[in-house]
Design a protein around this ligand. Sequence first.
Ligand code: NAP
Ligand code: SF4
Length: 676
Amino acid sequence: MPTTFPHMLKPLDLGFTQLKNRIVMGSMHVGLEDRFYNYGKLAAYFAERARGGTGLVITGGISPNRQGWLLPLGGTLNRYGDVINHRRVTQAVHKEGGKILMQILHAGRYGYHPFAVSASNSKSPISMFKARAMKDSEILSTIKDYGRCAKLAKLAGYDGVEIMGSEGYLLNQFICNRTNRRTDRWGGSVENRMRLPVQIVKRVRQEVGADFIVMYRLSLIDMVENGNTWDEIVQIAQALETAGITILNTGIGWHEARVPTIVTSVPRAAFRKVTARMKKELKIPVMASNRINTPEDCEDIIASGDADLVSMARPLLADPHFVNKAAAGEPEAINTCIACNQGCLDRTFSLKRATCLVNPQAGHETERVYVKTTRPKKIAVIGGGMAGLSCATVAAERGHQVTLFEGGDDIGGQFTLAMNVPGKEEFRETIRYFRHRLKKTGVTLELKKKVSAQDLKNAGFDEIVIATGVQPRIPAIPGIDHPKVLSYPDVLRHGKKVGHRVAVIGAGGIGIDVSEFLLAEHSPQPLQAWADEWGVDFSSAEPGGLRAPKREQPLRKIYLLQRKPGKKMGQGPGKTTGWVHRLALQHHQVKMLGGVEYLKIDDLGLHIRIDHEEQILDVDHVILCAGQEPVNDLLPVDANGKIKDKRFHVIGGAKLAGELDALRAIHEGAALAAAL
Ligand code: NAP
Ligand code: SF4
């Protein structure tokens, strides 16, 4: 009987069925849902989460008809012929003792195709296609399509459906004045605006009967102008409850909102009190979501009565065995999601299959398999950064005898710089995870050990992995030795004092990190500070839950510079997080300059030229964030750069410093270890 997380692990009785615990894998598009030939992989993906103890999983969005597609030819369930594919998924989950819902998603004006429809003629700021207003007859046939879709889902063996009514998709577009300008029975008053979702729930219930879960994801804060007020949201939730939903799931923010809702800098469990407020208004179970990633928070949310269930999507992508590890009293073994979006959403939005930065197997359960070795080898891994840690632990897990050498006094490499950046504290969890994993897999760790080529020659290793990482690039600018000049490790690791006026050379991921580090103020109430910065009103007294932001004068005057021309700066971080960083820098009045030519650094500051015009940036310090160079001097190479000794391998930044990121490092390390 588990003792560590009793509330989180307590079953939930829904009357006609029981969920074995309170953890739900929320819906997330992984890119396997859209093609029937990927359903075997999709089945393995969900089965792994069910095997790991998750009580209930929810699929990515499946459309009830063609107009509802998110992407052209996106996953649709409206024909009996498709049931068989879905059955592979439901059977795999049930075999592992889990339950599964299918999410029904109509993208509305977020549809990336010319058939997109919405409540009114409109185009979202994040779409290419203009959506057409639905006719009354189309609305009625869409209600029928939802009903048929749910009925087919039941036939396919799902335990229920989730109706996606948040994040700005079709049903959200109907219930908000922002996008619904109709004057017929589907627009105007809140009763009219919620008519479509309510009719859909009634129709779905009629088609599936009483013994089937109907979950509804409702936007509890829209975070866009002209969204709903709290009173309207409560009225809608109560109407949905009366119409027959089993569980209400929390949705936060539209996709087009300019307030971050899930990235690392959003405080953990930021929206739990919004869910708690809604729970008081309903009799049915209510589920919390967004930026919840530890069993401690899950337990606290359930134990305190803020919610009945907790939804996590990315944390279960990162570690499918999250629940079992917590239940075994081993939460430190959990590979925690760091909310970076690099492996998952950034890839999904680039139309690639999702995986996870910290878990290369995610989304590739049938392909990236770590097979136990029958010929254990003696392996040396040099470098305790992300590439080395990943390689050493996977190789040891496979049964090899691994020694990891690290020249510094701790593991983590470049990653330990990122974790000092405010809003990136989650990165510490990955270091904690690897520390635990090294012990668990039996890797011998030798810290403060600078290995020489001679050491490697004499030690009799069968395989030698060079994962020695990178060093900061020092650009050839006259005056680069001036005392004003600092490197990014000087600032992020060594805590060198930095003045009030600063020029940052290089506007990649690290230049942005350094700028955010230099602007950060410590707040005793991080959630309040975050809401003040982004103008969030948790009470949604005003439509959309937005208010005027409260921002302090910035701590420093920062110039963020790059040589590439153009206004689009700070393209380093990913597709789904870059805008958050760029906006945060704008909030702090960072001056971003592109097309810069660096002339010299002297007592007056940094001399630059832009568009043939010279200027001097009168700064106290110039911080170099100009990329990196590989460190790989232990690699025995011939005159052509070819590795001379077959035992040697090179991974991560040591192999290629350009475009290095933690995802590539971890994935390359694991891939090599799987093949050794
Ligand atoms: P980066 O993204 O490649 O950026 C390097 C910057 O230095 C660029 O702005 C480049 O712009 C400039 N630069 C390059 N050579 C230069 C030279 N010789 N003189 C002056 N400027 C020069 O590298 P990074 O910022 O060091 O980041 C390393 C990796 O970590 C990247 O892959 C990055 O995406 C990743 N990372 C990601 C995040 C995240 O939040 N997702 C955060 C940190 C790091 P110009 O050439 O135009 O001047
Ligand atoms: Fe979490 Fe990043 Fe993995 Fe996505 S890629 S699941 S955000 S750790």
